[in-house]
Design a protein around this ligand. Structure first.
Ligand code: AMP
Length: 281
């Protein structure tokens, strides 16, 4: 495994590997089993696996969140090596945003402006879209891997890849969960033991909605209220519980096709997100 710090070093490392398939797994580091599932998916079908580690300042709306974001590069490189990664690009902020940098890739409309876009501000998905575009252009992979846990991020990336005709296949990997159902996240390490227990209410709320929809409840407001009740019973007041179209992120009037149920909530000071899709999409 080689570790490079610049886009030109990455391109040089990839120059004699273009005959085979290249997979790209973008991350912000603090790697866990959820990231490992993406790396394994790439390892299973690509000749070269490229992983990036970059805590992207542009997508953080809160400086305190950026400052507190875990940085564990040595452990990340060890995990990458175990999972068979070939090349790691771990640039610093000046490499990604050199002096004079003035370009923003901005996806507009509900997929970027509602839910996470509304809570975290316009800049969040602009930051995501810009850095992902830059990483895709740096590596020019055949496939790029993203997690379904960040459903709105997936929708934004699908949109920009289609709109800019970037020649890459997107592979979306299912959310990897701990044994008690909590979605794995780099932020989970910030939860106290008591908060960690309460956080289980998030997957419980999603399961409750899934069961209720399977039992025939199709009114989104009734389903939403069930999720909120489960969360509140554990002392969690959600930032949002939303039932939306998984592609457009428009609210749904009835649950009769695929519907994304998305939750964002703070448990203590840690902000967690999770989602599930009703209707088997
Ligand atoms: P991050 O380092 O949080 O930016 O995540 C890097 C990639 O890993 C993103 O595509 C995430 O959606 C994905 N990811 C993070 N957590 C999980 C998880 N629990 N299950 C599946 N994918 C995940």
């Amino acid at each position: 495994m080689i570790v490079v710090r610049t886009v030109s070093e990455l391109r040089a490392a990839l120059s004699d590997r273009r005959g085979g398939a290249i997979g790209l797994v973008p991350t912000m580091g603090a790697l866990h089993e959820g990231h490992a599932t993406l790396l394994r998916a790439s390892r299973a079908q690509d000749d070269t696996v490229v992983m990036t580690i970059f805590v992207n300042p542009a997508q953080f709306d809160e400086q305190s969140d950026l400052a507190a974001y875990p940085r564990t590069e040595d452990a990340d490189l060890a995990l990458a090596e175990r999972e068979g990664v070939d090349i790691v690009l771990a640039p610093d902020a000046a490499e990604v945003y050199p002096p004079g940098f003035a370009t923003t890739v901005s996806v507009t409309g509900p997929i970027a402006e509602t839910l996470e876009g509304a809570e975290r501000g316009r800049g969040h998905f602009d930051g995501v879209a810009t850095v992902v575009t830059k990483l895709l252009l740096a590596a020019l992979p055949d496939r790029a891997y993203f997690g379904a846990k960040d459903a709105q991020q997936v929708a934004v990336i699908r949109r920009l890849v289609a709109d800019l005709a970037i020649p890459v296949a997107l592979v979306i990997c299912p959310t990897s969960r701990d044994a008690d159902g909590l979605a794995r996240s780099s932020r989970n390490t910030r939860l106290s033991p008591e908060e960690r227990t309460r956080a289980r209410a998030i997957p419980h709320a999603l399961q409750n909605v899934t069961d209720a929809a399977a039992a025939g409840i199709s009114d989104p407001e009734a389903l939403r209220a069930r999720a909120v009740a489960v969360l509140e019973a554990s002392g969690i007041r959600p930032e949002y519980v939303a039932l939306v179209d998984p592609v457009t992120f428009a609210p749904v009037a009835r649950v009769d096709g695929p519907v994304l149920v998305a939750i964002a909530a703070r448990v203590g000071s840690t902000r967690l997100i999770d989602n599930t899709v009703l209707g088997g999409a």
